[in-house]
Design a protein around this ligand. Sequence first.
Ligand code: NI
Length: 267
Amino acid sequence: MPEPTISLSREQIHSFHEDGFLVLNAITTQEEVEQLREIYDRLFFERTGWDQGSQFDLAGTDEDDQPRLPQLLGPSRFAPELKDTLYLANARAIALQLLGSDMLDRNGEHMIYKPPRIGAATPWHQDQAYHNPELAYKGVNFWMPLDDATVESGCLQFIPGSHKLDVLPHHSINRDPRIHGLEVDNPEQYAERAVPCPVAAGGASLHACYMLHYAEPNHTDVPRRAYTLTFRTPPQNRDKPVDAYWQKNKQTARQTRADAYQTRGSM
Ligand code: NI
């Protein structure tokens, strides 16, 4: 693992805790961005992890030939060289500054690809709406694009301060429980307070794990490849669980593939 090359100033740390997000101009080198693009393209071109349910269309039912928002969970399981990046070293060092010494060693990771012209919107949501409603979390997500991400190509947009909210009611995209992706209820109210955060390739936007965020469809002719790393402290039991009723009626093709893969593995 390379040595970290950057750290946050006190102002940046303060601003992250106040607003819930932060933009960094560079979190790795352009050389590493080049290397990551090759790995990234291979993983999506080959639909790596599809049979395991680890790759799927975040915004569709997996019936389309051309997914409009493909996501790959745990990419370093398929490309172990991802465990040795400067991006990871820098993100880990910064996360430690933001979360403190009880941060867990093990981090999460995923990739979301927004293809040129057809890439779908990522609707307003909180990542915590996907997670265990019996637990309370403290965490930070790093979102690094491998292409210059603009509003038009689908950079992330945030609602300052919304990371201080608890989990809001969500529903499946298009209210279709076959779709993995979630959208917060009444999303229209957020658009006018949104702060878009364009980021150059190899830069990153960071957000706290309860932050409301959104990204436009990719209206451009260039891909929007993004690679996310997540860090957190040990989750705490809640006195009263969140009523995450939107998780209960999910019936995704991704989960069916994951279950079938598990069953085959245990036979
Ligand atoms: Ni998200």
